[in-house]
Design a protein around this ligand. Sequence first.
Ligand code: S3P
Length: 448
Amino acid sequence: MSGHDTPIPMTASRSGPLTGSAAVPGDKSISHRALILGAMAVGETKITGLLEGQDVLDTAKAMRAFGAEVTRHGPGAWSVHGVGVGGFSEPSDIIDCGNAGTGVRLIMGAMATTAMTVTFTGDASLRKRPMGRVTDPLALFGARAYGRQGGRLPMTVVGAADPRPVRYTVPVPSAQVKSAVLLAALNAPGETVVIEREPTRDHSERMLTGFGAQLSVEKTAEGDVITLLGRPELRPQTVAVPRDPSSAAFPVCAALIVEGSDILVPGVSQNLTRNGLYRTLVEMGADIEFQNPREEGGEPVADLRVRFSAALKGVEVPPDRAPSMIDEFPVLSVVAACAEGTTVMRGVREMRVKESDRIDAMARGLEACGVRVEEDEDTLIVHGLGTGGVPGGATCAVHLDHRIAMSFLVLGLASRKPVTVDDGSPIATSFPIFEALMAGLGAEIRRG
Ligand code: S3P
């Protein structure tokens, strides 16, 4: 369920120390990519640790609609029998990507250079989000898109029958746009060049290389110049999906602000394009030990020992760090509310076009909980109240956004009065075991 059904209000109350181990599910970004690249390889890709959240299940369903054989063998264990680059068949029905911006944008890229007509839709949140950022570069390959005003879903994409390679500078820091262009480039003959001024998550580049595509990344004054040679035969892979650092953020931040807590969160990615939150928390004075650094599923990971941190201080987050923690600003703003002093988050305008306008959703909810906040188009500033200083006692609107729901539930664990979210159902899109995992640590979260 991703907020399509009856809303599920949830309430978090001040909790005793959180203790134990918090093994979070597989990475959402990597799970989408494993299914899509598996479908574009010739032969059988095996995946372990796949996130079985609704967003990823919707991508699995979509890959079946394009002709790949996608099979679940057990928890997190999946296989994809791919049809090869350019081998997709035209789906016989609309592709519904539910709540998933990553799903719809990457799949649009993957089909845009094959002659077929595909109509995409999604839930009420996804239907509000801009698709022009993806369909503009796909038009350069020769694809056409017909959507609602403002480039919104439902949208029909007509793939290019005779695609040409492109050179494209990504105008906004977005891994989804970069990845859509790279996936489209797979079925365009010749070299496609994507230039990224601000580095974003690099899972597509890593995984494309793993599947045997010829891809190079050059650091230049213009930014990262990524060159991909079209029409490769992708070789099926065995993909071990590492745990999701964006999901790990919730138990980690909860332990930092709930007095007496001491938890272990195993296998958290330290990929520099994903770990901005963890670097920021350390600067705030968080007690986090990065134990046992190693590689897992091609990603650098560490086990995090996280203890309650009484002396958290507000910081100014450098704007160039924003892409490496773009999904973590909501929960950072909760930690900021429980810290001493002011936390300044600039260069965060991309937060406004996520599953909800996350600057607005956090500002309104924090204010309702008694926290002073300032915002403008590109900035969120939170004035901290220190340990145990947040009054709470409010109901916060989630706007079909899983990360907003989990952030306010984390806040409720350390507020004086309980915090309620109007709908916890979207949590299932990315973190279906959130309630059980948090309960296992001793968090007081209940439905209602
Ligand atoms: C993602 C990229 C980010 C992020 C999203 C996942 C991805 O979006 O917010 O949750 O897997 O590529 P943008 O590319 O729009 O910044």
